[in-house]
Design a protein around this ligand. Structure first.
Ligand code: BGP
Length: 486
């Protein structure tokens, strides 16, 4: 069974609040194409996909993708057809600033995003803009990328420009999409561009820069633009919810909670918790592993000064969360032969992960359908951070591209019923929900092999037509009735 919901689940009777922000998402590198057109500079995904096609499942790249550089009106047309109030998309940093730095502005980049924003407004769609969704300008990577704190300066200059140019019409801003993926994958496990493998080191440095860049961007917006633009700004974190492998074993229960702190709290504790800063156990465990076990001079986890803690705390108007799947977590003692090595994040945390045998597999090896993930995560956020306004900034299901995408519909049904229960029964302050993705696109290391779209895109057709799948019709009906269709 792909879902646990019963046809008589009482949540089918519940309705989403009238002003609920339904949305669907895309990202620049994944859809735009036009990688070297009209002054755009090279970014880390251009570089990686061109130089290392062997890392991509089908050896492909985003050179053309959905051709949204030319077809953005088609994108807005399907957003309109779905009926979402919001369209979440991202800006290509190197299309606006080809070298990443503010001294060379590419006018065509500004023109392009102005056109998209205007097209949204003309169709009464509120743009939600991700300032950064992974496509770092290559020249900034050549300086070390996010592990080098100077990148925060470039980020803030870039953000300043986009607020100035687009902020009159944009009321929703996301600074960074999935800082965990940027850092833990990009500079830790190496599973995303720039593909650097330095787990437990460069990923911690990256996170430190990202958090500072985010906070500075928030303060900049509040100080310089909020009075006239009145927008809201947040971050889109990502995490699974983690279940204890043995719910009757208190050590596993503690381990699952701890891993949430290591994965999600790592980014959102400094921003949303009452005391700010990294989660206490993240600090003590990494410090202990670094100094006592590895005999390093200091902790691999950088420290914030008291001033920085205060500066970063509270820098978000909403809590954005992307979530897809789940894991079981077991405590792994020092003597456990399965415990990951000291210096890896899981080793620092003292855990192992697995999946439950009853969860359905999908086309993606990392993705199992895990009932309870959504509701568990929303409750964790509520309890951990005093119930902040939450926007689910991504949620979706991978397959090989069926138009009659029954499993995707089941997945959405399961998750949206959980969202309704979280709102109504658990009093979670959820204000929006976003599907990943509006349409099939370039799924990073999975190329065009994995599809998440509500709309099918034919990548063999030069016109790249967008065709609604069953899931698009399901979402459309859900939005118009504000109930989950049975
Ligand atoms: C999220 C990203 C999206 C999207 C999705 C699917 O992490 O924000 O950009 O790609 O995951 O993941 P993947 O393409 O790695 O399967």
């Amino acid at each position: 069974a792909t879902t646990t919901q019963q046809p008589d689940d009482p949540a089918y009777e519940l309705t989403f609040p009238e002003d609920f922000l339904f949305s669907s998402a895309t990202a620049s590198y994944q859809i735009e194409g036009a990688w070297n057109i009209s002054g755009k500079g090279e970014n880390i995904w251009d570089r990686l996909s061109h130089e290392h096609p062997e890392l991509i499942l089908d050896g492909s790249n985003g050179d053309v993708a959905c051709d949204s550089y030319h077809k953005y009106k088609e994108d807005i047309r399907i957003v309109k057809e779905l009926g979402t109030k919001v369209y979440r998309f991202s800006l290509s940093w190197s299309r606006i600033l080809p070298t990443g730095a503010i001294d060379v502005v590419n006018e065509d980049g500004l023109r392009y995003y102005n056109a998209i924003i205007d097209e949204c407004i003309a169709n009464k769609i509120e743009p939600m803009i991700s300032i950064f969704h992974w496509d770092l300008p290559q020249p900034l990577q050549d300086m070390g990328g996010f592990p080098n704190e100077v990148i925060a300066d470039y980020f803030v200059d870039y953000a300043d420009l986009v607020f100035e140019k687009f902020g009159d019409r944009v009321k929703w801003w996301v600074t960074v999409n999935e800082p965990w993926s940027v850092c833990a994958d990009g500079y830790g496990a190496g599973g995303k561009a720039p593909g650097i493998k330095s787990e437990g080191r460069a990923d911690y440095l990256c996170a430190h820069t990202v958090l500072k860049a985010h906070a500075r961007t928030y303060h900049l917006y509040k100080d310089k633009y909020f009075a006239t633009q009145q927008g809201k700004l947040g971050i889109a974190a990502n995490s699974n919810f983690y279940f204890p492998k043995d719910p009757n074993n208190p050590d596993d229960v503690a381990a699952a909670k701890r891993w949430l702190d290591f994965q999600l709290g790592w980014y959102t504790h400094p921003i949303f918790s009452a005391n700010g800063d990294y989660p206490p156990e993240l600090k003590t465990r990494v410090r202990d592993a670094s100094i006592n076990k590895q005999k390093l001079h200091k902790s691999r986890l950088p420290e914030f000064t008291a001033q920085e803690v205060a500066y970063i705390k509270g820098t978000a108007d909403f809590y954005g969360i992307n979530t897809y799947t789940s894991n079981l977590v077991a405590d792994a003692k020092e003597t456990d032969p399965n415990r990951p090595a000291v210096g890896t994040r899981a080793g620092d945390c003292g855990i192992t992960t697995s999946v439950a045998p009853e969860w359905d597999a999908t086309i993606a090896s990392w993705f199992y359908v895990a009932p309870g993930n959504m509701r568990g995560l929303l409750n964790w956020i509520k309890d951990e951070y005093n119930n902040p306004p939450v926007i689910i900034t991504e949620n979706g299901y991978p397959d090989a591209g069926a138009i009659k995408d029954v499993q995707r519909v089941n997945y959405y049904r399961m998750n949206l019923l959980e969202v309704l229960k979280a709102i109504n029964d658990d009093k979670c302050n959820v204000i929006g929900y976003t599907t990943w993705s509006l349409m099939d696109n370039y799924e990073w290391f999975y190329g065009y092999e994995h599809k998440f779209g509500l709309y099918h895109v034919d990548f063999n057709d030069p016109d790249r037509p967008r065709i609604p799948k069953m899931s698009a019709k399901f979402y459309q009906k859900l939005i118009s009735t504000r109930k989950v269709p049975k």
